[in-house]
Design a protein around this ligand. Structure first.
Ligand SMILES: Nc1ncnc2c1ncn2[C@@H]1O[C@H](COP(=O)(O)OP(=O)(O)OP(=O)(O)O)[C@@H](O)[C@H]1O
Ligand SMILES: [Mg+2]
Length: 269
């Protein structure tokens, strides 16, 4: 598979900083309580993500995608089933698994550099590994804005800062929950390319929730399509195309049609 090869050497032979993590979601079901009644949200989800893959999750709003990401991040345990990271049960959050949400949520009173430094600071690593902050800022193209405050950034730059804050931990799994959802379409296209480059050069495993089918097909090695809530996996579609991809690629167009059909939207195509 294309992505697996890229994680061995990265582009231009650069070595990956951290090897990607394998994720096994085994027979996971999850339910919440709403007004005293059970609300089933995930229904028997089975998913194996190989190290270094970039897997996109698509599905109707409210079907349970963010919930699945929260379980994988270790923010809560599933009602039933098991989730394994590199074969070991996930017991809680861990710096090797990082989530970036749609809203950047930077601390307004901290500079960009100090926001990015948070993870290292919390783990007492800032003194010994502080250079990683500069590296992460350089990776997302924010070197010149290290001393800026969040209100001095554009939306796209704030999202980059949030990404740098995740990357500074050198994650082995990067979980992205609609990270580009609030950006204008031009910034969004540029950031899709940048994220793919970051992923290819870093070697982490990526999970990306998006509502944008083109985005999923442009970026991911595989696209998982979920049903309405409670989410079940409706389709698991490999996107076996080399990078960098071309948005007009007929294979991607064909896959797009397939996905629209699965989502019940084919007639609008
Ligand atoms: N803490 C909670 N307590 C009760 N219900 C919840 C909780 N978190 C989520 N839900 C419910 O779980 C369902 C799935 O929510 P989730 O956020 O996973 O959907 P999603 O697929 O990410 O949707 P979207 O695409 O709109 O972001 C929703 O019906 C939501 O109301
Ligand atoms: Mg969501």
């Amino acid at each position: 598979m294309v992505a697996l090869e890229t994680t061995v050497t990265g582009p231009a032979g650069t070595a990956p900083r951290a090897a990607g993590m394998a994720i096994d979601v085994r027979a996971v079901s999850h339910r919440f309580e709403l007004h005293g009644a059970p609300l089933p949200v995930l229904d028997g989800v089975e998913l194996r993500v190989e190290p270094g893959e970039l897997v996109a999750l698509l599905g109707p709003s409210g079907c349970g995608k963010s919930t699945l990401l929260r379980l994988i991040a270790g923010l809560e345990p599933p009602s039933s089933g098991r989730i394994l990271a590199d074969g070991r049960p996930i017991g809680g959050p861990d710096p090797s698994r990082v989530v970036v949400f749609q809203d950047p949520t930077l601390y307004p009173w901290r500079t960009v550099r100090d926001n990015v430094a948070l993870g290292l600071e919390a783990r007492g690593l800032l003194r010994s590994q502080g250079r990683r902050v500069e590296e992460a800022l350089a990776l997302v193209g924010l070197t010149g804005f290290a001393k800026a405050y969040p209100h001095q950034l554009s939306g796209g730059m704030a999202q980059r800062a949030a990404l740098a804050r995740a990357l500074v931990n050198d994650p082995r799994l990067l979980v992205l929950d609609e990270p580009l959802g609030k950006l204008d379409s031009l910034t969004r296209l540029a950031m899709q390319s940048e994220l793919v480059e970051l992923w290819r050069s870093s070697g982490f495993t990526g999970l990306l929730v998006t509502h944008d089918i083109e985005e999923a097909l442009f970026m991911a090695t595989r696209v998982i399509v979920f049903s309405e809530r409670p989410a079940r996996i409706k389709a698991d579609l490999p996107v076996d195309r080399p990078y960098p991809r071309h948005r007009g690629d007929p294979v991607l167009t064909e896959l797009r049609h397939r996905i629209l059909e699965l989502l019940g939207l084919a007639e609008t195509w």
